[in-house]
Design a protein around this ligand. Structure first.
Ligand code: NAP
Length: 278
C-alpha cells in the first residue's frame, strides 16, 4: 500500500510511539490526523511534518480518549477535512504500575480501562461504519507484551492489553469481509515517557534487558510496515516470542521464577514486617 495521500489517524501522537509513528507517516506524505490531549506538542509535530514533506497534510485534534464526545469529534473532524479514513492507529495509552491494593480505584484502575480499553473500542466503533462504507480500511491496535504475558504490578495494565488482544482478534474475524484489516502489534519495553507516568520506583533491577529495549522510532517503523502488509499479530522484538511460549507451556516455572526474582525482592521489607523474616 502506498502511504502517500492516505488518511491516517494516530491517537496518542503527542509523545513516544505515537509521535514517532505519525512523524514517519508524515515523512511518507500521508494525511495524518494527530490526536491527544497536549495540543501544543501536536502543533509542533504538525510543523515538523510540514517541513519534512510538503505533500504531507496534518490535522491536529485535541482529544481525551476517555471521553466519548471527544472521540466523536475526532472522527467528525477527520471526515470534514479529508472525507475518508484509511488507517486508524489506536495507540494512546498509559500504565499505572503498582501492587493492586495500592492502586487508586478511580485514578489508576478506572482511568486505565477508560483510555486503554474503552478508548480503543469506542474510537474503532466510531470509525468502523466509515470503513464499511468505503469497503476498505485498516485498524492497528497498539497492544503490548503485557497483552500476552502478565507480570506483577501490571495487573490492570495487563488486563487492559489482554482486553485489547481479545477485542482485536474478534474484530479481525468480524470485519474482513468488508475489506477491513485489523493488525495488532506487541512491543516489549520501549524507551518513551511511559515509565515516567507509571508511578512506581523499582527496587530490583528486573527490567527489560538492554538488547531487547526498543526506541519509539523502531516501533513507528514497524507500524508503517504493518500498513503496507497487515499482520494479525506482530511481537517485537522477535525474541519475546520465546517468553510467550514459556508462559503458555511452562506456566508454573515462570510463576516460580517471577515470584523469586521479582516479587519477593520487591516486597522484602513488607514481608519482613509481616512475618519477621531476617
Ligand atoms: N513504552 C513501552 O514500553 C510500551 C510497550 C508496549 C506498548 N506500549 C503502548 O504504546 C502506547 C504508547 O505509549 P508510549 O510508550 O509511547 O508512552 P507515552 O510516550 O507516554 O505516550 C502515551 C501517549 O498516549 C496519550 N494519552 C494518554 N492518555 C490519553 C488520553 N486520556 N487521551 C488521549 N491521549 C492520551 C498521550 O498523550 P497526552 O498525554 O497528550 O494526551 C501520549 O501521546 C500505549 O498504548 C502503551 O501502552 C508501550
Amino acid at each position: 500500500m502506498d502511504i502517500k495521500g492516505k488518511v491516517i489517524i494516530v491517537t496518542g501522537a503527542s509523545s513516544g510511539i505515537g509521535e514517532a509513528t505519525a512523524r514517519q507517516f508524515g515523512r511518507e506524505g500521508a494525511q495524518v490526523v494527530l490526536a491527544a490531549r497536549r495540543v501544543d506538542r501536536l502543533e509542533s509535530l504538525a510543523q515538523e511534518i510540514a517541513a519534512l514533506n510538503t505533500s504531507a497534510e496534518t490535522l491536529v485534534v485535541q482529544a481525551d480518549l476517555s471521553r466519548l464526545q471527544d472521540i466523536e469529534s475526532l472522527i467528525r473532524q477527520t471526515m470534514d477535512r479529508f472525507g475518508r479514513i484509511d488507517v486508524l492507529v489506536n495507540n494512546a495509552g498509559f500504565g499505572r504500575l503498582n501492587w493492586l491494593e495500592k492502586l487508586d480505584p478511580v485514578s489508576d484502575i478506572q482511568a486505565q480501562f477508560d483510555v486503554n480499553v474503552m478508548g480503543v473500542i469506542q474510537t474503532t466503533r466510531q470509525a468502523l461504519p466509515i470503513m464499511i462504507e468505503q469497503r476498505s480500511g485498516h485498524i492497528i491496535n497498539m497492544c503490548s507484551m503485557a497483552g500476552l504475558v502478565a507480570t506483577p504490578t501490571y495487573t490492570i495494565y495487563a488486563a487492559c492489553k489482554h482486553a485489547v488482544h481479545g477485542f482485536s482478534e474478534a474484530l479481525r474475524r468480524e470485519v474482513k469481509p468488508w475489506g477491513i484489516d485489523v493488525s495488532m502489534i506487541y512491543p516489549g519495553g520501549v524507551v518513551t515517557e511511559f515509565a515516567g507516568h507509571a508511578g512506581i520506583q523499582r527496587k530490583t533491577k528486573a527490567t527489560t534487558p538492554k538488547a531487547l529495549l526498543l526506541t519509539a522510532d523502531q516501533v513507528g517503523e514497524a507500524v508503517v510496515k504493518l500498513v503496507r502488509r497487515p499482520r494479525p499479530m506482530w511481537i517485537i522484538p522477535w525474541a519475546w516470542t520465546f517468553t510467550v511460549w514459556m508462559n503458555r507451556n511452562l506456566n508454573r516455572l515462570v510463576d516460580r521464577t517471577t515470584i523469586q526474582r521479582f516479587t519477593i525482592p520487591e516486597r522484602e521489607e513488607e514481608l519482613k514486617a509481616i512475618d519477621g523474616r531476617s
